[in-house]
Each structure stands twice: as C-alpha cells, then as structure tokens.
Design a protein around this ligand. Structure first.
Ligand code: ZN
Length: 376
C-alpha cells in the first residue's frame, strides 16, 4: 500500500514550481489593504472574500484577454516599495506553507513604475521581500519543531510585456541582477498578434550573455508561436506549450504520431510549464480531465505542473496536484516524476538542482512509495 494521496499528504511533500506570477498570487486581503493604503479607487469590492470570488469569476470567463484584465487591480496596488516587498514576502510564506521547496516567481518590473519607482527599485523591493519571507517561513518551521517545515529557495524571473517595447531593457536588468537572485527572463501578455520574434533582440542578448529564458507560447496561439519561441528565439522552456498537441495525431487504437515540432520538443527534453487550472480558465484546455498533460505525460514529454496565478485560479501546487490525481489517477510516482522534471528544468546551477533532487525530493517521496521489501 502506498501512503494515502490526499490534500494533507500532498501539501507536506516537497514540490517545485517554475511558473508563478507575483501579481497573480496576491492574497485577497492584501489587495484590499494595499488599495486602502495607497488610495487605489477601482477595486470592485473591498471585502476580501468577495474580492477572492470576483477574481476567480472574472478570470474564469474563458478568454485570455479578460483573464489579463484582472491584473489591472493587483498591479494597480503594487506601485510602492513597501507594497512590492509585502506581496513578495507573503508569496514566499504562502509557497513554503504549500510545501514548495523551490520556486521561480516572475513579474514584469515595467508594470510597477506608475508612481515613480525606477525599474531597479522594483526589482530590489521584490528581492528584499522574498528574502524576508523565506527567512520568516524558515523561522516558523524551526519554532514549530521542524516537522515537515521545508525551507524554500526562490529564483526570480523578470518578465517583459509582449505588447510593449521594453524587452531588451528588461533582459539587461535580468543580467544585471543575475548574481542577486534573478535566474532568468520571460515574455508574457496577450499572445495573438504579438509573436515572440518581436522581441528577438532581447533573446539574442540573453543568449550572448549566457542567460536563461522561458517564453509564454502555445497557450492562446498555436504551433507557429511555439516554433518561433524555440527555433528563432532559442527559449530554454515553454510557458504552457499546451498547443503542442496540435502537432500530435492519435489513432483510434491510441497510437500517437508526432509531427516534427512535437518530436523536437519531446526529444530535446524542452520543459513544458503547464498550469492546469489556468489553462482551463483561459480556454486552452476544456477541462482538467481533457488537459493535454495526460497525453503528453504518457508520451514522455518533459511535463511540469504549475500554478500560474494562485489568486485568479484560486489554486496552489497542492490543489493542482490533487486535481491531477483526481483527473488522471496519478500516484506518488507520477507526482515525483513531475517534481523531478521541474527541478531538472530549473534555472539553477546543475549541482544545486541535483542536491535538491537527491537530498530533499527523492527521500520524501521514497517514504511515501512502498518499497518492495516492506510489501510483506
Ligand atoms: Zn503565465
């Protein structure tokens, strides 16, 4: 018998998160608090419970454009050093409580300069917030007697907005801060009409600097976007990449045939940062049970599971994994496979990835997976 797979046991086991937006994971009560503090007048309600429901409903409308509208409010209240530091600190605490041992959290510095902050102020406030939050969570774990209190490590990804024209500047910022907690670069925002090659200059710069980057591609738009992200821009990973299934045909008997691009993605071990609940909300997948993850996992793609926007999707790493257990019957081996996939794909030095896999992740899962010797 394996250890029971339930919310409590999944929360305890170490998890790795590669795709999480800082402005998509703000606590509802914090959105309301910050709005009051900075005099932000546009929130639909100041009641945290009503606000949580409003975000979930607005984000669940089925359109990526509508989904992105919800960020106007979170970004609207994250315009001061204090607000950015608080949101980052709470993010570190919340992810640690969710059992995340390594997270790459991303945000777009250019969205936080409406009240006069410089791009460097934004980055430094967020880095300070993560450091404070991770330290606070570690102290809480120590004082509560250890238990399953994991430590969290956070790597920052700096995002440029694909409809804007600051990507080269943001890429330079990512390189400037790369020894101070920034581990990579990304572009995000409405995908249709804004192909990744629009930001080729930024990606070429990252490559010349030996930097890492991921690109949101294959979420709202299909194969051409994925192809450009990989073959023109040189992305290390794909944000979502759901639509790679458009290049796979499955016969009635279940035999799958991969097109050239799908084969490249699988054979080259390109990590897919999949976000089940978010993908359902934006219409990239019809339901979690019909999410392409099921097929892609079966075909051996480098699949990872992520939260994307914990506020808008009202989710956590624990709830996403639990949803996959319900939809696909995943067991502890599957959850370990997803976790190791994510850790292998992190923008951390190789020796540090190995250490987390061998010293933190594998021992914890081993304790939950029955060993043959103990089966009696
Ligand atoms: Zn995203």
């Amino acid at each position: 018998m394996q250890h029971a797979l339930d919310e409590v046991s999944i929360r305890r086991v170490p998890k790795v998160l590669l795709h999480d937006h800082l402005d998509g994971g703000v606590r509802p009560a914090t959105v309301a608090d910050l709005a009051a503090q900075v005099g932000y007048p546009d929130l639909p309600t100041s009641d945290p419970a009503e606000l949580a429901a409003w975000f979930r409903d607005a984000a669940g409308s089925g359109s990526l454009e509508r989904y992105l509208e919800t960020f106007v409010h979170t970004v609207g209240v994250m315009q001061t050093r204090q607000a950015l530091k608080r949101v980052a600190g709470e993010c570190a605490v919340d992810l640690t409580r969710d059992g995340v041992v390594y997270a790459e959290v991303r945000f777009a510095p250019e969205l936080h300069v409406d009240r006069g902050l410089e791009l460097t102020d934004v980055v430094e406030a967020v880095l300070a917030g993560f450091a404070a939050g991770a330290a606070e969570a570690a102290t809480a774990a120590d004082t509560s007697g250890g238990g399953d209190g994991h430590r969290i490590r956070i790597g920052v990804l700096l995002t440029a907005m694909r409809h804007a024209a600051r990507s080269r500047e943001i890429a330079e910022l990512a390189i400037t801060y790369r020894d101070r907690g920034v581990v990579g670069f990304d572009i995000a925002g409405a995908e249709a009409g804004f192909p990744p090659t629009r930001h080729l200059d930024a990606f070429e710069y990252m490559r010349r600097e030996n930097g890492h980057f991921t690109i949101h591609a294959g979420e709202a738009f299909g194969l051409p976007s994925i192809w450009e992200a990989l073959q023109w821009c040189g992305a290390d990973r794909l944000g979502h990449g759901v639509r790679i299934v458009d290049d796979i045909t499955v016969d009635d008997d279940g035999t799958a045939t991969l097109g050239r691009l799908a084969a490249y993605v699988r054979d080259k071990r390109i990590p897919l940062e999949m976000c089940p609940s978010s993908n359902v909300q934006t219409g990239a997948a019809a339901s979690i049970a019909e999410h392409p993850m099921g097929l892609l996992r079966r075909l051996g793609f480098r699949v990872t599971v992520n939260t994307d926007n914990r506020l808008m999707s009202d989710c956590s790493m624990t709830s996403e994994m639990l949803a996959l257990v319900d939809a696909f019957g995943y067991d502890w081996q599957d959850l370990q496979w997803l976790t190791v996939n994510a850790m292998k794909s992190a923008f951390l030095p190789f020796d540090e990835r190995l250490r987390l896999i061998n010293d933190v992740i594998k021992p914890a899962y081993a304790a939950l997976i029955e060993s043959p010797a103990s089966s009696g």
